[in-house]
Ligand binder design. Structure first.
Ligand SMILES: Cc1ncc(COP(=O)(O)O)c(C=O)c1O
Length: 618
């Protein structure tokens, strides 16, 4: 049996959050007892405070209570206890004591005299959010406080998911906000390694708040003038970075990499068989598409959704590192043509989801040019590396910075991406932009509009008082479109291109550190040999009980169960999160991915030791 997890501070405990927030209404009492603190908190926010106190009483251990008290003492000493009567400054932004138990949404703006309750309510929300943010970056806070679906559905103390007929008070709404975060997963935590999208960029967050405050729609310049221009400029910059001359071409931000990939298939089809738009697939011959067996499943989904059928998506074999074998692609194209099919589209993945492999784009581009097939590069995950001089190109093993030294034929990560007809690039993965933010870039201008436009007269009137070329909404398959650009644009402004470059280089350095740490470590076995190309590090943990078992079915069966068991214990302990999966004939293995700029070497050390701690008795 595994040893028990060490006690971890509760995510909502002040002791877990490090220094107390001077603006918090969660005042620590002027005495040293927890009960006194309870009273003060109750006084400050009335029933809300009471609920929080009740919650703390129920959930905090003694150590945490003494943490609360000492935190209070520290603050009192620093004379920072001013949140309930914070005088000075603009009165509109001063938090006052308000009883939210008697206030309802109808009391907020636009209600008459609604300004004050609105400001106070929002300040409470900001307090909840900032407290969450601080704890997210605190390594003594859990990554998650796991509950089974039935537990959450049954309702937790003061938190019920059922929708009421009558309005809940604003006090309850605040508790709901706090609890929603409490029972969620801190994806910005430095020890969250579970997904490709991680991190909590503060400027990005500010951008997201602003975006929601503006609550507008990307379909027309008429109602989103600034955002539309930001999108156009950012897409151009991304195309320049891909390497298309003067950043020419087209593109759009979509709800994710899967949809961006779908756009690429639609546009590729429109390029060769535009009549499909009006007449349907019956107007086209039997079209086939090609992608690697390790590519993202969204290519398969696009084949199904767009009426090609998954059987017309030909899966390509990969080498030992998970990269497409170009000769195999060519053989499959020839075979399809001999059968009378029309090869239409090839997807090359730059950074596969599990292995982080980069298909050899230049070799694939040669074949696509030879057979006149649309080449798409799915760089949803690997696109971030385009920001890094070190990781984007390489010439004969020499890292280089500009375009001058690039060998067209050299196989290295994103070499050749500029030869693609379309590229998917998700800033919401490696670049740490908050979800969602994905772009599809198209080299030829006009195709997106031609493929998707329906010219709805009520929205896209041609006789508007500005250049209607900026009404970009008809390029989309959606009508209304969320503003995904602003947070990205704001982050880019705040970091500069060099900031993204450093961020990405740091994540790749960390994955190299992990690889070096475990490649020869007892109990760890790499899924493939050699340094990882991306931040994906795939490995098995072999518990001592399996180490001397000979290779064979029994070992495989037992090893298959190890990663899920360790993961389950990890989630229960809430200390860290990392993904696992089987792949082909390989039994369950861990896939470590690093895209969170908050992660450091100590977090990598922690993960490795935590796996050993949890797995040693399996
Ligand atoms: C290579 C690749 N392409 C596409 C996607 C889909 O992206 P999204 O989750 O943004 O739809 C993923 C997601 O992990 C991916 O790894």
């Amino acid at each position: 049996m595994a040893t028990a997890a060490p006690p971890t501070p509760h995510p909502t405990s002040p002791s877990a959050g490090g220094e107390a927030d001077p603006n918090s209404t969660n005042l620590w009492p002027p005495g040293s007892s927890y009960d006194a603190w309870y009273g003060v908190a109750h006084g400050c926010t009335r029933k809300l405070g009471m609920k929080i106190c009740g919650f703390l009483q129920k959930n905090n251990d003694l150590e945490e209570r003494s943490g609360i008290v000492s935190s209070f003492k520290e603050r009192a000493a620093k004379n920072l206890l001013s949140s309930c009567d914070n005088s000075g400054g603009d009165a509109r932004f001063r938090r006052t004591e308000i009883d939210f138990s008697n206030l309802y949404a109808r009391d907020l703006l636009p209600a008459k005299n609604g300004e004050e309750p609105t400001m106070q309510f929002l300040m409470e929300v900001v307090e909840i959010l900032t407290s969450y943010i601080k704890k997210t970056f605190d390594r003594t806070t859990k990554v998650l406080d796991f509950h089974h679906p039935h537990q959450l559905l049954e309702g937790m103390e003061g938190f019920n998911l059922e929708l009421p007929d009558q309005p809940d008070s604003l006090e309850q709404i605040l508790v709901d906000c706090r609890d929603t975060l409490k029972y969620g997963v801190r994806t910005g935590h430095p020890r969250f390694f579970n997904q490709l999208s991680t991190g909590l960029d503060i400027v990005g967050l500010a951008g997201e708040w602003l975006t929601s405050t503006s609550n507008t729609n990307m379909f027309t310049y008429e109602i989103a003038p600034v955002f539309v221009l930001m999108e156009q400029l950012t897409l151009k910059k991304m195309r320049e970075i891909v390497g298309w001359p003067n950043g020419e071409g087209d593109g759009i931000f979509s709800p994710g990499g899967a949809i961006s990939n779908m756009y690429s298939v639609m546009v590729a089809r429109y390029k060769v068989f535009p009549e499909v738009k009006t007449k349907g697939m019956g107007a086209a011959p039997r079209l086939v598409l090609f992608t690697s067996e390790l590519s993202h499943y969204s290519i398969k989904k696009a084949s199904a959704t767009l009426g090609f059928g998954t059987e017309n998506l030909i899966l390509l074999k990969t080498d030992e590192r998970g990269r497409v074998i170009p000769a195999y692609l060519e053989a499959k194209i020839i075979e399809a043509k001999q059968k009378g099919y029309v090869p239409m589209y090839v997807n090359a993945t730059a950074g596969t989801t599990v292995y982080g492999a980069f298909d050899p784009i230049n070799d694939i581009a040669d074949i696509c040019e030879k057979y006149k097939i649309w080449l798409h590069v799915d760089a949803a995950w690997g696109g971030g590396l385009l920001m890094s001089k070190k990781h984007r190109y390489k010439l004969n093993g020499v890292e280089r910075g500009g375009g001058l030294l690039m060998s067209k034929k050299h196989r290295y990560k994103l070499n050749g991406v500029e030869r693609a007809n379309s590229v998917t690039w998700n800033p919401h993965k490696m670049m740490g932009v908050l979800l969602q933010c994905s772009a599809v870039l198209i080299r030829e201008e006009g195709l997106l509009q031609g493929c998707n436009s329906m010219s709805a007269g009520y929205l896209f009137q041609p006789d508007k008082p500005y250049d209607v070329m900026y009404d970009t909404g008809d390029k989309a398959i959606q009508c209304g479109r969320h503003v995904d650009i602003f947070k990205f644009w704001l982050m880019w402004k705040a970091k500069g291109t060099v900031g993204f470059e450093h961020q990405i280089d740091k994540c790749l350095d960390l994955s190299a550190y992990l690889y070096e740490k475990i490649k020869n470590r007892e109990g760890f076995e790499m899924v493939f040999n050699g340094e990882p190309e991306h931040t994906n590090v795939c490995f098995w943990y072999i518990p001592p009980s399996l180490r001397h078992l000979p290779d064979g079915e029994e070992r495989r069966e037992r090893l298959h169960k190890v990663a899920p068991k360790i993961k389950a214990m990890m989630m229960e302990a809430g200390t860290t999160m990392v993904g696992y999966q089987p792949q082909g004939d390989k039994v369950n293995f861990f896939r470590m991915v690093i895209s969170n700029p908050a992660a450091g070497r100590s977090d990598i050390d922690f993960l490795v030791e935590e796996i050993e701690r949890l797995g040693q008795d399996l």
